[in-house]
Design a binder for this molecule. Structure first.
Ligand SMILES: [Zn+2]
Length: 385
């Protein structure tokens, strides 16, 4: 029988550093005495942990003017120009990058619309690297790491060396290892992860257990169980677009038939509604256009049928509508909720929420993935990890 190794000084220091940083995230700033009280560490230990973080520019300490009697308090907070995590999202029709600081605040987000379908893996990686480098140089802040969100099935291997096994909408990415190319350009480790998995990560905090479903070109989704994203063996968990709602239904790009994507995916929905894009669909819906209203109703029904099975299998009570579904939430909700009410085995009907992140969930989740890694290994904040 093996036992976990006892926590030696480096592991203990890492653990204690994590406690102090977590206490700082939960407040706008705290004195050393407050940090000691919140973490249960001695003031001397807190001071030892803070010194390298202050020296590395991760934290800043202000000398407040003395008030009344006693020593002036010196609140410590995250440095306003401290390090950031980069999120990069490579999608079918856009490229986005964002920088998030250690408090979780998004400092900058850039997005360019472009058709990426026919581009080679090298061209896509260098465009993503250029956008990320521009943002980094403009911010002038240290970059802790980056993560790339891709609409793809990924192979095994370390998170930075994952090979793209299949990317139906960006076929020329197949076989590429974009994490390695981006790491060379950015000079930091780059995690590669499925975009829907990262989209789910961006919604942590909504509820401990939920399913997020979003329509972009296809239908994607993610599963969060016990406050953690469940990615599955290949990062495919939550691939809700291919849940079958009619076994004799139309053929799907996955090789199956009657997948929910064929009824509620963005393209299927726009064709059914007879409109060219989502803005036109919104306009048609607000103008009371019967065809548009019926199409959204059919999409809501298909989604409800698919989601009811998923929620019953997982015993999860919350659905978050992301991407285009968040924009269409009010129109899609009645048909979707009717199916969930009729088919759910749970004691009360599942709750349907609309995401506030819209189409930025994947890029924001990518930066969150880096911050997650930093929180597990706070040593890298002072360059010793
Ligand atoms: Zn399918």
């Amino acid at each position: 029988m093996t036992r976990p190794a006892p926590a030696g000084p480096p592991a203990l220091r890492r653990h204690n550093s994590g406690l102090v940083l977590s206490a700082l995230r939960e407040s706008e700033g705290a004195s050393r005495a407050e940090l000691a009280a919140r973490t249960g560490l001695t003031r001397a230990t807190v001071a030892t942990l803070l010194d390298p973080l202050l020296a590395a520019g991760v934290l800043a300490e202000e000398i407040a003017p003395p008030r009344g009697v006693g020593r002036p308090s010196r609140p410590v907070r995250f440095h306003p120009d401290g390090p950031v995590a980069l999120g990069i999202a490579l999608d079918v029709d856009s490229l986005a990058v964002c920088a998030t600081d250690l408090t979780g605040h998004v400092c900058a987000l850039r997005k360019i619309g472009r058709d990426n379908r026919g581009r080679s893996a090298d061209a896509l990686c260098s465009a993503a690297a250029d956008l990320a480098v521009d943002l980094r140089d403009q911010l002038g802040r240290r970059v802790l790491g980056a993560a790339l969100a891709v609409p793809a099935l990924l192979g095994d291997g370390g998170p930075d060396a994952r090979e793209i096994l299949r990317a139906p909408n960006l076929p020329r990415l197949t076989g590429a290892r974009p994490g390695l190319a981006l790491a060379r350009s950015l000079g930091v480790p780059v995690i590669v992860e499925n975009e829907a998995t990262l989209g789910a990560l961006a919604h942590l905090g909504v509820a401990p257990d939920f399913v997020v479903i979003s329509a972009e070109i296809g239908v994607g989704g993610g599963i969060v169980l016990g406050g953690r994203v469940f990615r599955g063996v290949h990062g495919l968990a939550g691939e809700l677009g291919h849940v079958v709602v009619d076994r004799d239904g139309p053929e799907c790009g996955c090789g199956g038939r009657g997948c929910v994507e064929q009824y509620a995916g963005k393209s299927a929905l726009l064709v059914d509604a007879g409109v060219p894009d989502v803005a036109a669909l919104q306009e048609a819906l607000s103008g009371g256009n019967g065809r548009a209203i019926a199409a959204v109703g059919r999409a809501g029904t298909a989604l409800g049928v698919a989601l009811a099975s998923v929620l019953n299998v997982l015993d999860v009570p919350v659905v978050v509508l992301g991407g285009v579904y968040a924009e269409l939430a009010e129109a899609i909700r009645p048909a979707l909720e009717a199916e969930l009410r009729a088919r759910s085995l749970q004691p009360s009907p599942p709750t349907v929420l609309a995401s506030s992140l819209g189409e930025d969930a994947a890029v924001r989740g990518a930066a969150d993935a880096v911050l997650d890694e930093v929180r597990r290994h706070p040593d890298q904040l002072v360059g010793t990890g």
